[in-house]
Design a protein around this ligand. Structure first.
Ligand code: FES
Ligand SMILES: [Fe+2]
Length: 352
């Protein structure tokens, strides 16, 4: 940041920064992919998704190699898709296996994408297939943890750049304002300093607070930390262009001040650019309290989604402003932007 509060904008990713292809992205919720053909655009590429006869997720280029008819609007048969326009058939690898009016099958040239299903999501590698490594799928281990209850969020479509969404997720300062009526953060949250740490191509950030009476409305009534020493840690981490993580944790302290096992929740965020100015967004919450309380899971899921709907609306408004306003504009920075600024620097560096 320069002394007058502005940034060297050329060092930071913004809504016009080219998209990154050599990464794993969440293509869909596992529950969305079935024996019905589904169309989804990812990184400006139109894709068709379905499951083969063995239940494996298949993702192919959605464009028939003959005259560009969408395969997702065609018919799924045993062994593959038959294009609805002139009946050319593609197998699960995207190869042509039948051309109704001739015996010879040309090479199709349509791309089959590498997928990998983990728990509730299906990942897709958007770069060259020979560069795909399963180990590069970012770890968001909350789905596999024992003793955690998972509140599964719905799929969200964001009418704004994924950079705006990452910035929103790296930004703890908007919570008391944009989410005043949903998340109801305590007054003290706004003024607590934000700690930021960059490690490699990741950024972690958090606020630490104490004071149970203030935090109480934010937690389930069965939790009670009154009279106990604890730290409330609210924060998150930018992990890759496709992932971000948030959490709210009560960390009890014993009489020597040692941290005891945490009580709280993690939210895994999956961001998948659709186009330069829109993205797909999936989230999951995992908590380790009120494990058998399905009613609370429903209410908690709704509260979180109501809040994220506010983010969706805000991001749409930002994108619209970028698109329509002709003023000369230079963004200013405030201290709380630091995690988002580092994230934008990292993404810009990856693109460069
Ligand atoms: S456009 Fe698909 S077979 Fe002709
Ligand atoms: Fe938000």
């Amino acid at each position: 940041m320069t002394s007058n509060g502005t940034y060297c904008a050329e060092d930071l990713a913004d809504i016009n920064t080219p998209l990154l292809y050599d990464y794993w992205y969440v293509a869909a919720l596992a529950s969305e992919i079935s024996r019905d053909l589904m169309e989804r655009t990812i990184l400006d590429r139109s894709l068709v998704m379905y499951r083969d006869e063995d239940g494996n997720a298949v993702i192919l280029q959605n464009r028939c190699a003959h005259r560009s008819f969408p395969l997702a609007k065609s018919n799924l048969e045993q062994g593959g898709i038959r294009c609805k326009y002139h009946g050319i058939k593609y197998n699960h690898d995207g190869e042509i296996t039948d051309v109704p009016c001739q015996s010879k099958c040309p090479k199709s040239g349509i791309k089959k994408y590498i997928t990998h299903e983990i728990g509730p999501v299906v990942w897709v590698w958007m770069g060259d297939n020979d560069k795909a490594t399963i180990d590069d799928i970012p770890e968001l281990p909350v789905h596999d943890m024992d003793k955690w209850v998972h509140v599964v969020g719905k799929y969200n479509h964001m009418e704004g750049s994924y950079i705006l969404l990452h910035e929103n997720l790296c930004d703890l300062s908007h919570l008391p304002f944009l989410h005043a009526s949903t998340f109801k953060m305590p007054e003290a949250y706004t003024s607590t300093a934000i700690e930021v740490e960059k490690s490699g191509d990741r950024v972690t950030f958090y606020r630490k607070m104490t004071g149970w009476e203030e935090l109480k409305p934010f937690f389930h009534p069965n939790l009670d930390f009154s009279g106990q020493d604890f730290i409330y840690k609210s924060g998150g981490e930018y992990i890759t262009p496709a992932t971000n993580k948030g959490y709210g944790l009560i960390i009890p302290l014993d009489e020597d001040g040692n941290e005891q096992p945490e009580v709280g929740h993690y939210i895994s965020h999956y961001l998948t650019p659709e186009t330069q100015s829109s993205c797909h967004y999936y989230w999951f919450l995992a908590r380790n309290y009120q494990l058998d309380d399905a009613t609370y899971s429903g209410a908690q899921g709704k509260m979180i989604q109501d809040g994220f709907d506010e983010d969706c609306t805000a991001i749409k408004l930002l994108q619209e402003m970028f698109d329509k306003d002709g003023h000369d504009y230079k963004e200013i920075g405030i201290q709380a932007d630091k995690p988002g600024v580092i994230m934008r620097k990292i993404i810009k560096g990856l693109v460069d």
